[in-house]
Design a protein. Structure first.
Length: 376
């Protein structure tokens, strides 16, 4: 094991990375709070500033995937589709099977210059998570409780607000509503059977309300829907902790572009279109499992240096005073100061672990589990 590989496995190194991410995130959140004064003066300027502030935070996670773990992301698509990336507003549909599927998506948005302006329909609980939810709030992310009767007006209002967004945005939808587990899949297929819908082998039954509403509200702004089916070579099931330990994965992403005008305007017909799309996604997963490859040309967009340079900037700004302060604490010989410093380190470690826990599958939505209890 080389020195760099050894360092990637050390807790103290992980703690320093987490410290940089957390503290820089709090600084960025504070700056975002200050930018609120720009909204009534120049809304579009406010949005552009916050896109770049968000990029400065999210790109640190992308750096871990691209530069720290060296994970490779390969696109399977066609040249015409790839040539549109980063040049239009789009809705992204991504399967929700892995802890780091969002990170692979962010990697693609970064390589095509839309990381800072990327959007998502997110569960409301994330709004209260430091760094993640707070940054999203300033980015005008649409939050929902996933109870359509309560969400309808909020979601419609949030989507319509994005109609004049000045930067090209990729709006991510996890139409399955939650991450795939065997229990949730079994329940989902029982629902499919009760509704007379075709069963899926590798996906949950898609929830159509969010998709049809997004298409209706963003029609005229969004040019296309990108369907993305993600898998990892070697049947790997990567985690954010694995990335932090420097484990390298190979992600394959099949991307298909559907012009928005090809999607029916009628809500029921659009819902049927989405169900058909998920049948096709299931067939793509079956092909991948059998052949180890998706159809289409292979593209490997080059990683850009900005994520690494951004992290090195924050590490230089934040770690230098930390080391100076820590050295001064231990040099003082004061037991009280030393204990306080160690307590701070312990709290930072706990906070980083909690943030990582947000991505873990077992910490995901209770959707499906609640339905299971009802059936019992």
């Amino acid at each position: 094991m080389g020195l760099i590989a050894f360092l990637k496995t050390q807790f103290v190194v992980h703690l320093l990375i987490g410290f940089v991410f957390v503290v820089s995130g709090l600084i960025i959140n504070f700056i975002q709070l200050c930018t609120l004064v720009l909204w009534p003066i120049n809304k579009q300027f406010y949005r552009r500033v916050n896109c770049r502030l968000a990029y400065s935070l999210w790109s640190q996670l992308v750096m871990l995937l691209e530069w720290w773990s060296g994970t490779e992301c390969t696109l399977f698509s066609d040249e015409a589709t790839v040539n549109t990336f980063g040049k239009e507003h789009v809705i992204i549909i991504l399967n929700h099977n892995f802890e780091i599927d969002f990170l692979c998506g962010w990697t693609m948005t970064e390589r095509f210059g839309v990381l800072g302006s990327s959007k998502v329909l997110a569960k409301r609980e994330l709004l209260y998570v430091p760094l993640i939810g707070w940054t999203w709030y300033f980015l005008e992310i649409v939050f929902c409780k996933r109870k359509w009767e309560e969400d309808r007006d909020t979601v419609i209002e949030g989507l319509k607000r994005l109609a004049d967004y000045p930067e090209y945005m990729w709006f991510l939808l996890y139409c399955e509503g939650t991450r795939f587990t065997e229990t949730k899949h079994r329940i989902s297929m029982e629902v499919a059977e009760s509704k007379g819908l075709p069963k899926l082998k590798y996906h949950l039954l898609p929830r159509t309300k969010g998709f049809t509403t997004a298409v209706q509200c963003l029609r005229g702004t969004v040019s296309a829907v990108y369907d993305v089916t993600l898998n990892f070579r070697g049947n790997k099931n990567p985690s954010l902790l694995g990335i932090l330990y420097g484990k390298k994965y190979e992600a394959d992403m099949c991307v298909r572009r559907f012009p928005l005008e090809d999607i029916p305007q009628d809500e029921k017909e659009a819902a049927n279109w989405l169900h058909k799309l998920y049948q096709e996604k299931d067939a793509l997963q079956e092909m991948y499992n059998q052949e180890g490859i998706f159809p289409g040309q292979q593209f490997k967009p080059r990683r850009r240096p900005w994520t690494l340079l951004n992290f090195l900037f924050w590490a230089t700004v934040l770690l230098s005073p930390l080391f100076t302060f820590g050295f001064g604490v231990f040099a003082s010989g004061s037991p009280l100061l030393i204990l306080a410093f160690l307590g701070f380190v312990g709290a930072a470690s706990f906070g980083v672990r909690r943030l990582i826990g947000v991505t873990e599958i077992e910490k995901g939505s209770s959707y499906g589990n609640q339905e299971f209890k009802k059936k019992k």
